[in-house]
Design a protein around this ligand. Structure first.
Ligand code: GCU
Length: 396
């Protein structure tokens, strides 16, 4: 009998020890790289998969790519290429701009856009997605180039990079319709009508599609697919972080003003809260994420865990000074709290321990941060810094 109780005790103690500790919103001081890789990282990944963004369902539709056109743009300085991506019966248009004067393969920035590929530049040849919002005056394409300030194509291509983008609405329109439109239905098992509580929402699907674009880029003879940075602003910054966390083929990950559910720490409850994001955007995360609405303390780990999943690949977190809703300090702290994981790999994280001032940056290590002056946006000022960061890490 005594032996029986001893065995029970040993079992209880070992199962408690086997439970990874709860992290909350704190610096991730992990005992060793081995402990991180073997125990903590898989647990963090599974937390974000099951509780936050949701898992990609096991049923997978066929994905294929087809070149639909190419030609000169921007007065010949840039080469446009358009590729149609078919996912089940859904179609998404991938727009690429490459530097015309390129010698061999070029590195690339890949990210989704908000309102359609045709809004990123005035280029009249960009194919307008049937899913994109229509211009007000039929035939005059008034929306072409409306988001050009967010996509300084000439500057990026001038620095020797390709720009690769697709419209979020081609993958999943950004409203709650119970997942009837977009790509989700192609992943339903027989009889399934919506994702399970631990299966992906819209951000998960957007992130998955960025990995499919990466599949294409691996085949494109003009792209150096070992040098692809994934980038996104705001909800698409959340998407870039989640894509980069899961897919190690993204060599650099850039989060621009991603805020709640992105880089910002949720437990600070500063600006947008988990309750607000789940109420206003019930389709973004998996259903399990509702457990944390008004209950952020229950999160097993905060968003610094998401950034740490990217280690040891370089990550850049950026904020804007007037963007209180996205909690700039919370975005900075996440980057700071993920930094010890980078150090396990011998890579320097952030150098500062207090948030850089407006217009300043901490971008010499593998984890970078800046606070731009101004509103919630992605601007040429941000891009200049991303290019510099990529140049350094890509040895250019
Ligand atoms: C809203 C939302 C944010 C999101 C932002 C955006 O403000 O609350 O979470 O990041 O939209 O995508 O611009």
């Amino acid at each position: 009998m005594k032996r029986f109780y001893t065995l029970i005790l040993i079992f209880a103690v070992t199962s408690v020890l086997a439970q990874p500790m709860k992290y909350g919103a704190e610096p991730l001081h992990i005992a060793s790289k081995k402990v991180w890789n073997k125990q903590v990282r898989p647990a963090v990944m599974s937390f974000f998969q099951n509780e936050v963004y949701g898992k990609v369902p096991p049923v997978q539709p066929k994905v294929s790519f087809r070149l639909i056109g190419e030609g000169e743009a921007f007065g010949g300085k840039v080469w446009r290429r358009e590729v149609e991506m078919t996912i089940g019966t859904s179609k998404a248009l991938v727009l690429m701009y490459l530097p015309s004067e390129r010698k061999g393969r070029v590195p690339a920035f890949v990210g989704m856009n908000f309102k359609g590929n045709h809004q990123i530049a005035t280029d009249p040849e960009i194919t307008i997605s049937p899913n994109a919002p229509k211009g007000k005056e039929l035939g005059s394409d008034p929306e072409r180039g409306a988001a050009a300030s967010r996509w300084p194509v000439e500057m990026i291509c001038g620095a020797g990079y390709a720009v690769v983008t697709l419209y979020r609405g081609d993958i999943d329109p950004d409203f709650d319709d119970g997942f009837r439109n977009g790509i989700h239905p192609h992943f339903y098992a027989e009889g399934q009508t919506k994702p399970h509580a631990d299966e992906w929402g819209t951000i998960g699907a957007w992130a998955w599609s960025l990995s499919r674009v990466m599949d294409y880029l691996e085949q494109d003879k003009d792209i150096d697919h070992k040098k692809v940075a994934v980038v996104g602003h705001s909800r698409l910054g959340k998407t870039a972080l989640w894509a980069g966390a899961q897919d190690e083929r993204f060599a650099i990950v850039i989060s621009n003003d991603s805020g709640c559910g992105g880089a910002a720490l949720s437990m600070r409850k500063h600006g947008e809260t988990v309750e607000a994001i789940n109420r206003n955007f019930p389709h973004w995360f998996c259903d399990n994420y509702n457990r944390y609405s008004g209950n952020e303390e229950a999160l097993w780990i905060d968003q610094q865990g998401l950034i740490a999943l990217i280690a040891p690949r370089p990550v850049y977190v950026a904020s804007a000074s007037l963007d209180d809703w996205a909690d700039p300090e919370g975005e900075y702290l996440s980057a700071l709290y993920a930094s010890p994981v980078y150090e396990l790999y011998g890579k320097r994280g952030l150098s500062t321990t207090t948030q850089p001032k407006i217009g300043e940056m901490d971008a010499d290590g593998w984890v970078a941060y800046h606070l731009r002056k101004g509103a919630h946006d992605i601007t040429a000022w941000d891009w200049e810094r991303y290019i510099r960061f990529a140049d350094r890490h890509f040895g250019r």
